[in-house]
Ligand binder design. Sequence first.
Ligand SMILES: [Zn+2]
Length: 168
Amino acid sequence: MLSPHYDARPGDTQPELIVIHGISLPPGEFGGPWIDRLFTGTLAADAHPYFEKIAGQRVSAHALVRRDGEIVQYVPFGARAWHAGESQYQGRAACNDFSIGIELEGTDETPYTDAQYEKLAALTAALLRSYSSLSDQHVVGHSDIAPGRKTDPGPSFEWPRLRAQLSR
Ligand SMILES: [Zn+2]
């Protein structure tokens, strides 16, 4: 499922950072076509009151891991998805330029599922193998690169669990 919301990374920029996000639409509800529609630019503003303010946003992520572990890719990993917004990592701004964004369907408070950790770890490991520019030392949350503005994937995301799965 390709998103129209992406473009080329600037120059010869390679992905050097993986950014983990959490998303649910409407907030706190799982399932439904809404995340797909947001990222493909087909979300109807009148389908839910919350959608009025986000329906026109041109946003995307490279991939989504649904609650059941299904992975949906929206943007080629070599291209620039529009997931980070105003952001900074180790003094470098505009994280979309040099990152890969992976969304987990969830909230800051709800535990992510076993299937999501499994598939996220497998996807991350595959990306680390595919791009020598990536490193397991440079995997962060959206809240880490946009503090004060973003809170996802939230306290519910168990970083030690992902790290343990990556080091297996
Ligand atoms: Zn996010």
